[in-house]
Design a binder for this molecule. Sequence first.
Ligand SMILES: *[C@@H]1O[C@H](CO)[C@@H](O)[C@H](O)[C@H]1NC(C)=O
Ligand SMILES: [Zn+2]
Length: 380
Amino acid sequence: MGRLRVAVVTLCVLLARVQSLKLADPCNEATCKLPECKCSGTDSNSKIPIDKIPQIVLLTFDDAVNYLTYDYFQDALFDLKNPDGCPIGVTHFLSHEYTDYTKVHDLWKRGHEIALHSVSHSAVYNYWRNIDVKTFSSEFGDMRKIVNYFAKIPSSELRGVRLPFLQTSGNVSFQAMKELGLLYDSSLPSIHFVNPPLWPYSLDYQSIQDCVIEPCPTASFPGVWEIPMTVWEDQNNIPCSMVDSCLNIPETGSGVAQWMIQQFEKYYKGSRAPFPVFMHASWFSKNEEYFKAYKLFIKHLQSLPDVYLVNMNKAIEWIKNPKPLTAAKPFGNCEVRKPEAPCPTPLSCGYYNQGSEIWMTSCASKCPANFPWLGNPLGN
Ligand SMILES: *[C@@H]1O[C@H](CO)[C@@H](O)[C@H](O)[C@H]1NC(C)=O
Ligand SMILES: [Zn+2]
């Protein structure tokens, strides 16, 4: 009897899973309304005239955070404020290996957003392309547990996903995100919608976005948002989905900064859709001129009274409840960050992972017995 019950329940759960994947219908603005729903498109749907829309800039970094990358963040971004007096926001899509979770804790307390970029960051593209919901949930759900436990950041504040190599798997990642209660993905490049670019949108309905890296989602995922990776263009007009994948760029810091400002102005003097500045911090160590350029570019943005550097979650919040530049606080009150627990003296623990020695520094009070990994995020 008990066995049968279990089998019936399991079957129902499986059926519910299959049935819950409903093909997305074309978006209808009469039924898809803010704040819950936004059709994909080039309009903010805010009814705010373009010159009263705060220009959002989305600064993101992928991969590990450790003392090497932290120094760049400190040098270029710490203590900067937006025109409303609140600290600027940045988003880090964090992978596990070589991450120092005490640095992650520190960045988060300063107003940076921590988002998820998987535990394994496997270099096998087909692993991501063919991934199933269970493995995806482990890659991103376990990463959330790792960051929560070792950086003392509340799980509810870990909301975003970017896939390694931007290799999505059709509906799978979005279905898993929905089950994990995650808010947004930012893994889908767009080459077609550059001028004007797409605004971030929800996946309740069919998206008009071009599918650059197959397969893209086609089912309906109410409440899950997509922040498109609208490409930049290098000096030969070759599209690049991340700044550091643009190859034909000037050589000097001021030349590169000028080129970055040109990309920005397409948005700032255009539709004022959020401007993506997506990269890996390793770009800075490739050429010191690139880091100079980045700092010059940030300095330029900071000289403009209507430009806001906010993290991705805050950008989605603005899109859901848009307020004009003339509002007292277009982005609401400044965020206050309350860690789950303080991060005491950094603790470094050594392991062998897949045959090589690896160290992990974290806010934990004692070394876990094993290197935290898929299926054993706390390293028990
Ligand atoms: C995604 O889900 C929709 C709706 O069930 C289905 O039609 C489509 O084939 C799925 N896509 C993939 C790549 O499995
Ligand atoms: Zn990566």
